[in-house]
Ligand binder design. Structure first.
Ligand code: SF4
Ligand code: SF4
Length: 122
């Protein structure tokens, strides 16, 4: 019992161990694999990301030369492994060091969406 007193007093008198979110900003560690962003202006629609994705979170619709070629990215299926970003030949996919915000819909990327705004990102 006496050995517990030290912990009890430390917890009563010490600073809170938790962050006062959302009143305090979250500081992410370097290298965190967070939000995924696809820059369609750089995308050549090669389909490599679709092939490499282990979670089948990216789907390319249409052929490369098709003007309506579209990429669908499903943040709900994504496991944020960043393989797509590593393999993309045109560096069109990058991973931000911020976690994904809550989303209630699938995000679709396509030529008609250029330029997409930050508000549309998951
Ligand atoms: S791998 Fe890169 S260039 Fe190829 S389709 Fe995916 S995002 Fe576009
Ligand atoms: S981060 Fe991984 S799971 Fe998510 S879309 Fe890219 S390859 Fe697929």
């Amino acid at each position: 019992m006496p050995w517990m007193l030290r912990n009890i007093f430390r917890n009563i008198l010490g600073l809170p161990a938790t962050r006062k979110y959302p009143f305090e900003p979250v500081h992410y560690h370097h290298g965190v694999r967070g939000r995924l962003q696809i820059d369609l202006a750089r995308c050549v629609f090669c389909g490599m990301c679709e092939l490499i994705c282990p979670a089948k979170a990216i789907t390319k619709y249409g052929s490369k030369k098709d003007p309506d070629v579209t990429i669908h990215y499903n943040p709900f299926a994504c496991i944020y492994c960043a393989r797509c970003a590593e393999m993309c030949p045109s560096c069109a996919i990058y991973v931000h060091e911020q976690h994904t915000l809550p989303a209630d819909r699938k995000i679709t990327y396509g030529r008609e969406d250029i330029p997409f705004s930050e508000d549309e990102l998951p």
